[in-house]
Design a protein around this ligand. Sequence first.
Ligand SMILES: [Zn+2]
Ligand SMILES: [Zn+2]
Length: 154
Amino acid sequence: MVSNEIKEVFVKYLKEHSHRITNERFLVLDAAMSMQGHFDADELYLNIKESFLKVSRATVYKTLELMSECKLITKHNFKGDRSRYEKKIGREQHYHILCLDCQHIFEFTEPKIGKTLKKLCSEKRLNLIDHSLQAFSTCKEKEKCIYYKKSRLR
Ligand SMILES: [Zn+2]
Ligand SMILES: [Zn+2]
């Protein structure tokens, strides 16, 4: 079950934007917050189905959109890939490097990036609201790349 803090953020957002508050949306909220790493809507949908919960695919898609609007999760569009989501609340700011061969996503943190952007924005008299960084690469170690590729196709 998700914490009350998360539930409150979600309910507040739904109310403020006149979206319906339904049980199905809470089921998706729960399931999405317990997903590890970066997942797409269909992976979440299958996960929910496997737990014998009845939620339509459309509701899963819609709820993920709502959750990213209220910043509980982040929506990523990695190159040539379906939208992927990941938990945002309670996580520190991090960045992504994707291997174009195996599609493995490497995460890293670098406080200098945020600091630099804040400085640049303030010089231009802008308020920094949010930021993200994606880089694209290929694995140098081919065995590792093949291993990642295989583990993705599980
Ligand atoms: Zn990430
Ligand atoms: Zn790779």
